[in-house]
Design a protein around this ligand. Sequence first.
Ligand SMILES: Cc1cc2nc3c(=O)[nH]c(=O)nc-3n(C[C@H](O)[C@H](O)[C@H](O)COP(=O)(O)O)c2cc1C
Length: 286
Amino acid sequence: MHPEAASVAASKRARPARYAWRAPVTLLRDIGADNPAEHDRTEPKMSEDDETRLGLSADETRLGLAADETRLGLSADEVLQTTRAVRKRLNFDRPVPESVLRECVEIAVQAPTGSNMQGWHFVFVTERDKIEAISALYKQGFDAYRNSPVYAGRVGSGLGAQREAQQARVTSSAEFLSENMHRSPVLFLPCITGRTDDARMMVGQAGSIIPAAWSFMLAARERGLGTCWTTLHLGYEREAAEILGIPYDNVRQYALSPVAYTVGTDFKLATRTDLDSVMSWNSWSR
Ligand SMILES: Cc1cc2nc3c(=O)[nH]c(=O)nc-3n(C[C@H](O)[C@H](O)[C@H](O)COP(=O)(O)O)c2cc1C
């Protein structure tokens, strides 16, 4: 980590509570922070006095933490362990500033890519009619999935009471998202250039977009945003490409996620399968 960023991160960890609040609208207006032009990273517009009133240090202002951005001050491990598939706790009513999305992409593009190709592209949908059209494709995909053998509600059966209960929660949550995705303030589609059917190339491409997309989601979590990796619209990838002007023949979409502030910011560790059952040492031991 860059030493400056490390010291700011450390100071945030020491004072996590401060980052969960939002500055009152009047105060933001006073300093012009509700004007997108004021989010310029190179020339902070806030005076030292404004920084003090907002509880931002000079360093935080210089590094571009705008007043309307939430930071949770989570440790790296906490971010990794609590970035859940958020569906029922998406706050559909709170707008997501473009500056926050840009900041998450800035972090995402530090992820690795095969041959350092950097062929990624991150599509954000914020126009209501397009959000509704993409969500309708997702719902169509979900309706087909509901009748399939891999439906979350079906794969848990016979795995014990705890796993069945977990799968039932996932199913209820997934049904909710299918019905409500169109209410999201933002949809996010990570894409990569170079459509191919060659299996080896596809693995390389997946490995060059999925880490970045997941980094985006982790960065979003640290900023109070919830996401949910979904793939069911991909049965209608061409239709989605047409709606969004994505050049289908050369660009593959990998996922679709809502992006919204979460209702509350406390997310817990999920129950996962036993570690020993997913690890081998020196020879495959399953
Ligand atoms: C490849 C992949 C595809 C997924 N597709 C969907 C989907 O279409 N719809 C959905 O609601 N969740 C989808 N999920 C989210 C999973 O259901 C979720 O990651 C899983 O239940 C674990 O959630 P948790 O981390 O909150 O415990 C997908 C996840 C992955 C990794």
